[in-house]
Design a protein around this ligand. Sequence first.
Ligand code: OAD
Length: 235
Amino acid sequence: MAFTGAGASAEAGIPTFRGKGGLWDKYKPEELATPHAFSKDPKKVWEWYKWRMSIISRAKPTRAHEVLAKWEERGILMGVVTQNVDGLHQVAGSKNVVELHGSVWRVRCSSCGIKYDLEFGRIPEEELPTCRRCHGLLRPDVVWFGEPIPHDQFNRAQKMFSEAEVILVIGTSGAVMPAAMLPINAAMEGKVLIEINPEETNLSSFSTIKIREPAGKAFDKLDKILWEEGSLEDR
Ligand code: OAD
């Protein structure tokens, strides 16, 4: 299975949160990504999300997204647990995707709780989108700081981790809990973690193999090794 973070989409032109040019260097999470920020200034929060949605809407899946989708189709990858909210795994064709932190392509009514799916690339036009049913304020259906990961998603993720033998840890700093506990617990249970990240992270010491390359480049090579050089029979 794969566990992905913002670095998996970095080569698609989507900024990461931490590190060089990271979003949290320029923006304050407490003003943009908390329930309190939304109740205080929903326009500001929506503006920021629409800006991010516009970047994502122009992005194409990277080689890493493509190869993960291909490996799932060929039956050697169980699925992906992602912290990303960009939807690029699904655009690339991945089917079994757990979105721990939600998706920007789904909104939720802050009043009645109903959820609406948005097509990939479809950015709400209204300054403040409202619920068709109760006229409450709609918010991005993402997990903000101080909010729990929805139970169903967390349970699905835990099941995938418990069934996996090898976990590809791609482009995540491992800085955000409880998501980062999933690979850490898996490593403690003796599972093999393969980290694909140009930088050292909080998860490096738990990883058996470290590939210090950008994810797109690394997956291009790994895919060639597995299929084109005949290590695995074509399935
Ligand atoms: P971070 O921004 O914390 O970390 C991105 C990681 O990607 C870093 O370790 C980089 O070294 C690595 N990286 C950068 N370019 C890469 C590339 N081309 N290939 C591979 N790796 C690359 O992102 P996350 O770990 O996903 O939460 O952050 C976790 C959570 O923190 C996010 O889901 C978000 C954020 O606050 C919420 O919004 C709740």
